[in-house]
Design a protein around this ligand. Structure first.
Ligand SMILES: [Zn+2]
Length: 206
């Protein structure tokens, strides 16, 4: 579930739709959390789907560490990639704001952390744009993403958290807010490519 202070809007002609903040969202806010309405499709179920569904999954789903395709039921599926993402996944099943987000800012995450099977060209416009977003980016940048998340974690207990009821494990999250070294690495979401549960296709939400 995406943070309630967001809306779907036109991002650009190149990118299409995106998700934008409607109120200031401070660093440390949980921006998205996996919830019970989000679909998780096993590789077997994905294989049984027709091409039309697979095309939709290519566009809107991402692969988790179990090789499932995860489809967000709300506007979270329109969150775009950016090479300086303001929403980074924690080692749990939620994303956190790694800096303050102003009204009108687009909420973006880094697709390099979504277990890509193929690379794609990036046009995010960042001065540090990687241009080619590659499956191995997960391994290249996991430490940097962890550092951003751990820097934001002390704020978790200090800012409003409208998605708190969807967060788990609460006790460990609170402990990590007190001591960010206890926050697990994003590497927990890494899909091992040799796994028999590996997904068929690329997970890119645009
Ligand atoms: Zn970029």
């Amino acid at each position: 579930m995406i943070h309630p202070d967001t809306r779907l809007s036109h991002a650009s002609d190149t990118i299409g739709l995106g998700v934008f903040a409607t109120k200031p969202i401070p660093k440390g806010t949980i921006l998205w959390a996996l919830d019970d309405l989000d679909q998780r499709l096993t590789p077997v179920r994905v294989r049984r789907l027709g091409e039309r569904y697979r095309a939709l999954l290519d566009r809107y789903a991402f692969a988790n560490a179990e090789g499932e395709q995860v489809v967000c039921w709300d506007i979270a599926r329109f969150v775009n990639h950016h090479c300086q993402a303001n929403a980074i996944s924690t080692g749990w099943h939620f994303d956190i704001a790694v800096r303050d987000i102003a009204v009108g800012d687009e909420i973006c995450n880094d697709y390099g952390a979504l277990n890509l099977e193929e690379s794609f060209d990036c046009h995010c416009g960042s001065p540090v744009c990687r241009r080619d977003i590659h499956p191995v980016d997960f391994d290249r940048y996991a430490d940097a993403w962890d550092a951003l998340v751990r820097d934001a974690f002390p704020h978790v207990n200090r800012v409003p958290q409208p998605l708190w009821e969807f967060v788990s494990p609460k006790r460990l999250v609170i402990a990590a807010a007190r001591d960010p070294r206890r926050a697990p690495s994003i590497r927990r979401h890494r899909l091992v490519a040799s796994s028999p549960a590996a997904p068929r296709q690329v997970a890119v939400r645009t």
